[in-house]
Design a protein around this ligand. Structure first.
Ligand SMILES: C[S@@+](CC[C@H](N)C(=O)[O-])C[C@H]1O[C@@H](n2cnc3c(N)ncnc32)[C@H](O)[C@@H]1O
Length: 452
């Protein structure tokens, strides 16, 4: 058997592997197939080949696996609007997410005993995103926004994005009408010319929207500014309008300079009776209803909170820290992005929370200093995808801190850090996968470590 790129072969999918792709074999040769589910009999087109495995895209579903959703007309990543788990029914999404967490805990974390319970499902399976960033492009001469097509890097548009909040979708629709009317030029990556780069919309539970137009310029001209102001008259829910200047050759969407053109500087969100301020650059969890569940889970893992001094490491706008501060003796929230720290300080003041201190800086440096200076009882970590620096973990291991709660959006770095902690005096006591991102293969996991 010698497969070539472009060949079409029929295989049966055996399982879903970490990362969310299906795996099947053709003459004992492993083939990974995005958007496939176990039991699927599919015809696939080979798109890449390595020595020991290849990858193929579905061209025909010959017979669907039991866990596939009913609509068989959808086959590709693009058909599913870039949602790489949307071909699975929701119960099965939760099951495979649990299995993936267990897999990395065993293989990377080298922990064979901890029981991994079923993933905690999200109340909203669709339209849960409160933040949207979409690139601009052209289709048939018309300005569109959407996603990058996996194969061509062209942008494709969807009618109603299934993950975005309904208000977010509405704002983008209206904005496109205005931009097309004025015929504003879309940014061309290759030539580094044109104006419109990305649109970002943040929405909240009060049905308000913050609009951030990201442009390839150092200045906004009158025509574009007037157009953005017209948007707020068209969509009454818009309460804040920013322009973000990004002249860099980069795929980071937001620029460094974010200028408020109209309305409120921040939009608010309420969690645990605390009103949080969110500005364009601040990290804020995107599925708010499920965030409340996630935070409750994490916070309830502490033996007790009263009288404890707790560090909220990778604190963002201080969400977890402030909820903890309602009960704890004292909380320190460490965060690297200064606007997020500023949002946190503002929120604490407005909510009259006085027993929280914000530290703007790198966890790797600030945590080391803090544990030397203060008697810290417990830490809650919520790092970005790359996890926690090994040096930080080793520094913690030198202290007598008894409890660590670790919230992670990347189970494989969680598992890597788990091994380091377990080799250095901590034991994983429990773990819970949480679905923050239905229809995608992303998984959040919360674990509690205790010193042994
Ligand atoms: C997953 S978010 C969690 C934020 C917050 N706990 C929440 O739930 O909203 C990770 C945060 O860590 C921050 N961050 C990333 N690297 C950091 C570092 N080395 N030191 C401090 N903060 C960092 C990011 O800016 C981001 O706000």
């Amino acid at each position: 058997m010698l497969l070539k790129k472009g060949d079409i072969v029929e295989i049966t999918i055996e399982k879903i592997v970490y990362g969310g792709e299906g795996l099947g074999y053709y003459d004992n040769f492993a083939l990974f197939v995005p958007m496939s589910v176990p039991g699927d009999k599919v015809k696939i087109e080979i798109i890449s080949l390595k020595k020991t495995y290849g990858r193929g895209l579905i061209v025909e579903i010959v017979a669907p696996g039991e866990e596939r959703i009913k609509d068989l007309s959808k086959k590709s990543f693009e058909d599913f609007q870039g949602c790489d788990f949307a071909m699975l029914n929701y119960t099965s999404q939760l099951k495979y997410k649990r299995d993936m967490v267990e897999d990395v805990i065993r293989k990377i974390g080298k922990n064979n005993d901890i029981e991994v319970p079923m993933t905690l499902g999200s109340e909203d399976e669709l339209h849960y995103r409160n933040k949207i960033i979409e690139p601009f492009g052209y289709k048939d001469g018309k300005i569109i926004t959407g996603f990058f097509n996996k194969k061509s890097h062209d942008i494709f548009e969807v009618d109603e994005n299934m993950l975005n909040s309904k208000l977010g979708n509405k704002v983008i629709e209206e904005l496109k009408v205005l931009l097309n009317r004025e015929n504003i030029k879309v940014y061309d990556e290759k030539a580094h010319k044109g104006i419109l780069r990305h649109i970002m919309v943040r929405t909240n539970s009060f049905n308000e929207a913050m609009v951030v137009l990201i442009i390839n310029s150092k200045k906004i001209d009158n025509k574009l500014e007037k157009l953005l102001l017209e948007l707020k008259d068209k969509v009454k829910e818009v309460v804040s309008i920013y322009v973000s200047y990004n002249r860099e050759k980069t795929n980071v969407a937001l620029g460094n300079e974010n200028i408020l053109l109209w309305g409120k500087k921040t939009i608010k969100e309420t969690i645990g009776e605390i009103n949080f301020n969110i500005s364009p650059k601040s990290f804020f969890q995107i599925n708010v209803k499920q965030t409340k569940e996630l935070y409750n889970l994490g916070i309830n893992l502490f033996d007790e909170i009263e009288n404890k001094v707790i560090v909220d490491a990778y604190g963002g706008t201080g969400t977890i820290g402030m909820i903890l501060a309602k009960k704890a003796k004292k909380v320190y929230s460490i965060e690297i992005i200064s606007s997020a720290t500023k949002d946190g300080i503002k929120t604490a003041k407005e909510n009259k929370i006085e027993n929280i201190s914000f530290v703007n800086g790198d966890v790797n440096k600030e945590l080391k200093a803090l544990v030397k200076e203060e008697q810290i009882d417990a830490i809650i970590f919520d790092p970005p995808r790359k996890g926690i620096d090994e040096e930080s973990l080793l520094n913690i291991a030198k202290t007598n801190i008894k409890e660590l709660v670790y919230i992670s959006c990347n189970p494989s770095t969680f598992a890597r850090d788990l091994e380091i902690l377990e080799k250095n005096g901590y034991k994983l006591k429990c773990v819970q996968p949480v679905d923050m991102f239905p229809q995608t293969s992303h998984i959040e996991v919360v674990g509690k470590f205790e010193r042994i």
